[in-house]
Design a binder for this molecule. Structure first.
Ligand SMILES: [Zn+2]
Length: 411
């Protein structure tokens, strides 16, 4: 632990708390963004003369195709991959890789200064009491990251990382010994902990779902088992994008990231982000793969930050039938609304356009039938009648990869 790390986290924490107090109206927030964007534009002009900050558009493929063009020291993707192996990429710079599907994994580079800033901001939003109550935070995600290590380096809290890919049986006892006060994990892991609560003997005071879509049945099981409200953290390789407030609404981190939206349907939008708080790696006009259902109403907590009703799924999991699209929320609601007994499901579209509905093996025949009918009806309302086969959920791969209940298959 270095003293300066602790100080830097504290500075970012205080600034984030101060911004939350100061930016209480939408005009105040937008004025703040405009000032920050002005400084950021100047930085881009000076450090990235080959990019025009006003017209720059990028996505993950662009970034990976020419990684060096988007970071200050012109580190290439190979430099970063080498850095991941050796543990060193550049002085005061950390690197990482996203947990995406193979072939689609994003790399990132971040300075120590930015890592501590990231930590200060996330603490200010997710664990505001951290400065008076010592916290033990268990992070259960598919990929360890220099970002979580910043927690231990800060001396502010203890962070223990558990590798999701190992499966809970591998680390469940260690987790009990660690006795976390806060757990950050995908909903499927929190649900596993909830369903094994008698064995786990843990009593966290805060729970945050991250990394995967949170579905209603998971939320109910988790909240009932722990007697806690489940918070949400929306983050990606691309940065910290949102954290839920004390009223449970997921607010976008608009004090640090500018969000534009590309509307996919009249309800759902894909975010295009410009992270004006990061300097080392450019993230500008960056098109995400997520589909967000944005809330029209302001939150009762009083924050002017845009509320996301839910992260519905991924843009590339939209089902296509020629030019007709069906978004993941429609399919999920069709299945879950068919019967309250249904607490798990998968809907997949094969390359040939046919559909697989997977349900738990122990579901009653009548319930399975209703789910099937409800899904058929959802397609028929769009004048579609794809062939649907009913299969059983295989749980063997649950912890090996990202859970996508609605998925467009690639092979
Ligand atoms: Zn709120």
């Amino acid at each position: 632990m270095s003293f300066s790390a602790r100080q830097r986290v504290f500075r970012a924490f205080v600034r984030a708390r101060w911004l939350a107090l100061r930016l209480r109206t939408r005009p105040a927030l937008l004025a703040h963004q405009e000032r920050q964007m002005g400084q950021w534009r100047q930085h881009v002009i000076e450090s990235f003369p080959h990019h025009d900050p006003d017209t720059l558009r990028m996505n993950k493929a662009d970034l990976m195709a020419d990684f060096a063009a988007y970071n200050q020291e012109r580190l290439s993707a190979d430099d970063v991959r080498h850095g991941l192996e050796t543990g060193y990429v550049h002085e005061d710079v950390a690197c990482g890789i996203s947990s995406g599907t193979s072939g689609n994994r994003g790399l990132y580079v971040i300075t120590d200064e930015e890592r501590y800033q990231w930590l200060g901001v996330i603490l200010a939003k997710a664990l505001p009491e951290v400065w008076r109550t010592p916290q033990r935070v268990a992070v259960i995600l598919p990929q360890n990251s220099a970002l979580y290590q910043a927690g231990n380096q800060s001396g502010w809290l203890r962070v223990q990382f558990y590798d999701l890919r190992d499966g809970p049986e591998q680390w469940a006892d260690d987790l009990t010994d660690f006795d976390p006060t806060t757990i950050v994990a995908p909903p499927k892991i929190l649900r596993w902990l909830a369903e094994n609560a008698d064995r786990q003997r843990i009593s966290p005071t805060r729970l945050y779902a991250a990394a995967e879509t949170l579905e209603a049945p998971d939320r109910t099981i988790i909240e009932d088992a722990f007697g806690l409200h489940l918070g949400r953290i929306y983050m990606a390789t691309e940065g910290l994008l949102g954290v839920s407030c004390n009223r449970g609404s997921l607010h976008l981190a608009e004090e640090f990231v500018k969000f534009d939206f590309d509307w996919v349907s009249n309800l759902l939008a894909t975010p295009i982000i410009t992270d004006f708080s990061r300097r080392y790696q450019l993230m500008a006009g960056y098109r995400m793969n997520d589909l967000l259902h944005l809330e029209d109403e302001p939150c009762p907590c009083g924050s002017p930050l845009q509320v996301v009703r839910e992260v519905v799924g991924r843009q590339d999991d939209v089902f296509w039938f020629d030019t007709v699209m069906v978004t993941p929320d429609i399919l999920r609601n069709a299945v879950l609304d068919a019967h309250p007994e249904i607490d798990d499901f998968r809907v997949q579209q094969r390359v040939d356009g046919t559909i697989i509905l997977r349900l738990p093996a122990d579901l009653r025949e009548e319930t399975r039938h209703r789910a099937m009918q409800s899904l058929q009806a959802a397609f028929q309302r769009r004048s579609l009648s794809p062939s649907i086969t009913l299969e059983t959920i295989s749980r063997s791969d649950l912890f090996e990869r990202k859970l996508r209940r609605v998925e467009r298959l690639r092979t």
